[in-house]
Design a protein. Structure first.
Length: 370
C-alpha cells in the first residue's frame, strides 16, 4: 500500500520530513530506480548503515567473526570521519549505526548520535545492540536521551542456558534487566523514543525457544518483536549432525505464530510466518532466486569503520568486498562508478553482481537436515 508506506516513513522519520521535499523526492525517485533496476542512478540511497565500530564484547556462535577464515581490520570510526561520511548523505531517511560489531563499544557513542541528529534531523537513527554495555559504559538514561529513534536488542534466546550457548555470555538476566530499564526510563522521562524492539536469530541451538522469545518480549512490553530471523549464512548451523529438519522448522514457526496471535504480539506475521509450509515447500528454489530481490545496489549501502563501501553484510567475503573508499572518492562518484554500474547491469540481466553473492545468497541456507 503506497499510503501505508508513506505513513510508516513519516512515523519513523518524524513529521519534520514534510519540510524536506528534497528528501521525500529522493525517496520516491530511489524507489522508482530500484523498481526498474536502473543502471545509472540519479537518486541517493535512503537507507545507510555506518558501522561505527566493528569491535565487539561478545563472540556469538552465529557471528561472522567466529569464522576461522575471517580476519578483518577491527576498530572504531573517528567522530571526524563519521561526520565527513555522513555529510555525503544529506537525504538519507534511515541511518543504522551497526554492522557486525557492537555500537556501544564506541567510546564516543553519544557524540556520534548527536552528530547524526544534527546532520540528519529528519532521519530515523537506529542501532542493533547486544545491550550488555548499558549500565557499564552508558546509562539507560543516556541511551534514552541520546537522540536514537529506535533501538533493537538482540536476544537470540529466552533462557540463560541458551543465551550462554549461542551468545557465549552469562549475562542474559542483565540484558533482560537492561531492556526493562530502557523502557522504564523512557516512560519516566515522558518520551516516545527510542522505539524499542527485539530480535531472535534461529539456530540449531535455540530454535525451540522461539515461542518463548515472543512471550518474554510481550512480558517486557517492547514496541515491536522481529520475526524469528532465518540465519543468512551457514556458520550458525556448522554442527552439521544437528541441523534443523524442515518439519522442525515449520512446527516451531507455526507455534511461534500461534503464541504471537494469542498474545497479540507486535510482530509481523508475514512471509514464512504466515505460511511456513508453503515457504519451506519451495525453499531451495526461493532461496536460489533471492538475490534477484537484492536492494543493496540501489538503496541500502553499508560503510565500514574505515570508510569502505561494502557489498553487504551477509557473508565474510561480502563484508570485506569494497566498492571503494568514501574518504578517497566522494560517494556520488563511487555510486555511478563503472564497477557499480556493471553490477547493476548484471542484476538486471539476472546474473550475479559480484563473486561473493554466490556464497551469500545463492547457496541455500539453512541446509535442512532432510
Ligand atoms: C550482527 S549483530 C551485531 C550487532 C550487535 N552487536 C548485536 O548483538 O545486535 C546484529 C544482528 O544480526 C544477527 N546475526 C548475527 N549473525 C547472523 C547471521 N549469520 N545470520 C543472521 N543474523 C545474524 C544477530 O542475531 C543480531 O541480532
Amino acid at each position: 500500500m503506497p499510503g501505508q508506506r508513506v505513513f510508516k516513513v513519516l512515523r519513523s522519520s518524524g513529521w519534520r520530513l514534510l519540510l524536506r521535499p528534497d528528501v521525500a523526492y529522493n525517496w520516491w525517485l530511489n524507489r522508482r530506480e530500484l523498481a526498474r533496476k536502473a543502471v545509472r542512478v540519479r537518486s541517493m540511497p535512503s537507507k545507510i548503515e555506518i558501522e561505527i565500530s566493528n569491535r565487539c564484547n561478545l563472540a556469538c556462535l552465529h557471528c561472522i567473526r567466529r569464522r576461522p577464515d575471517f580476519h578483518p581490520r577491527l576498530g572504531d570510526m573517528s567522530c571526524e570521519t563519521f561526520e565527513a561520511i555522513l555529510r555525503q548523505f544529506p537525504r538519507a531517511l534511515t541511518l543504522t549505526l551497526t554492522g557486525f560489531g557492537e555500537m556501544l563499544m564506541h567510546p564516543q557513542f553519544l557524540e556520534i548520535v548527536a552528530t547524526a541528529r544534527r546532520i540528519l534531523p529528519h532521519a530515523n537513527i537506529l542501532g542493533y545492540t547486544n545491550g550488555l554495555l548499558i549500565g557499564k559504559r552508558y546509562s539507560a538514561e543516556e541511551i534514552v536521551r541520546s537522540g536514537l529513534g529506535q533501538i533493537h536488542f538482540s536476544l537470540d534466546a529466552a533462557t540463560p542456558e541458551t543465551y550462554r550457548k549461542v551468545r557465549n555470555s552469562e549475562e542474559f538476566d542483565r540484558l533482560v534487566g537492561n531492556i526493562r530499564d530502557v523502557l522504564e526510563t523512557r516512560k519516566r522521562l515522558g518520551l516516545r523514543k527510542p522505539i524499542v524492539g527485539v530480535n531472535f536469530t534461529i539456530m540449531n541451538d535455540n530454535f525451540q525457544e522461539a515461542p518463548e522469545y515472543v512471550k518474554l518480549a510481550v512480558g517486557l512490553g517492547v514496541d515491536y518483536i522481529a520475526r524469528p530471523a532465518l540465519i543468512m549464512t551457514a556458520w550458525g548451523y556448522h554442527d552439521g549432525a544437528a541441523r534443523i529438519t524442515r518439519q522442525e522448522l515449520i512446527d516451531v514457526l507455526r507455534e511461534t505464530r500461534r503464541v504471537a496471535e494469542e498474545l497479540r504480539a507486535p510482530m509481523p506475521l508475514t512471509d514464512y510466518m504466515s505460511d511456513p509450509d508453503g515457504f519451506f515447500a519451495d525453499y531451495y528454489e526461493n532461496r536460489r532466486d533471492a538475490y534477484k530481490h537484492c536492494i543493496f545496489l540501489w538503496n541500502h549501502v553499508q560503510i565500514d569503520p574505515f570508510g569502505n563501501l561494502k557489498l553487504c553484510c551477509a557473508h565474510p567475503a561480502a563484508s570485506i568486498y569494497s566498492w571503494g573508499n568514501l574518504l578517497e572518492t566522494p560517494f556520488r562518484e563511487l555510486w555511478n562508478s563503472e564497477a557499480l554500474q556493471a553490477a547493476r547491469r548484471a542484476m538486471r540481466e539476472g546474473r550475479l553482481p559480484a563473486a561473493p553473492c554466490a556464497q551469500t545468497c545463492v547457496e541455500p541456507d539453512p541446509i535442512l537436515a532432510d
